[in-house]
Ligand binder design. Structure first.
Ligand code: NI
Length: 198
């Protein structure tokens, strides 16, 4: 086989492979959207502690729509930006924002204590509940929401960052998955999506 033939064949295989992956992702996302009866692939039961020290489960937020965002308080830019976008979208909704409950769930339970989560709370929309828990509880809720996270060492320091999925979930009352938003989402886009639920 000539080099050129090889390159063409390889390119074709790559295109076929990517096409198959794309189709798979599409099918998964369609089935998630079709399944709003609690057996969805995203979401599930959890037991955590909010920033006031109250023990909470998914049942505490059962009667409202939820925005769910995973991150950590010492995140240098991504999380503050994401939480600001959510806060601004809720501001834009005004009083109508009452029907949606924003949840910020830490992926850094070792450092994000209840006190730290309470302090962080003042920077964003007041309706947020900031949730932390034991490492096991956080691992369980992250798994339920298909959220990846892991410690990332900082060179020449004992400090660490957290690598984590950057995704904003919109969940229905009762816990079904409705939609997700990536880091490029603007406050207006999110506010429009929330308005469309009414
Ligand atoms: Ni972050």
């Amino acid at each position: 086989m000539t080099n050129r033939t090889f390159v063409i064949l390889f390119s074709l295989l790559t295109v076929i492979f990517l096409g198959a992956v794309g189709a798979g992702v599409w099918i998964v996302s369609q089935s998630r959207q079709a399944d709003s009866e609690g057996s969805s692939l995203v979401g599930g039961p959890f037991q955590l502690t909010d920033h006031t020290g109250r023990s909470v489960t998914e049942a505490d937020y059962d009667d409202v729509h939820k925005i769910v965002y995973f991150g950590y308080t010492t995140c240098p830019d991504v999380c503050p930006t994401g939480l600001s976008v959510i806060s601004e979208a809720l501001e834009q909704l005004g009083p109508a924002a009452k029907f949606v409950k924003p949840l910020f769930i830490t992926v850094d339970p070792e450092r994000d204590t209840i006190a730290i989560m309470a302090d962080y709370h003042q920077h964003f929309h007041p309706s947020f509940s900031n949730l932390t828990g034991t490492p096991e509880q956080i691992a369980a809720v992250a798994k339920a929401y298909r959220v990846f996270y892991q410690k990332a060492d900082v060179d020449g320091s004992d400090d660490y960052l957290m690598d984590h999925s950057v995704i904003t979930y919109l969940m229905a009352p009762g816990g079904g998955f409705l939609a997700h938003f990536g880091p490029e989402t603007s406050p207006k886009q999110l506010a429009d999506a929330l308005r469309a639920l009414r």
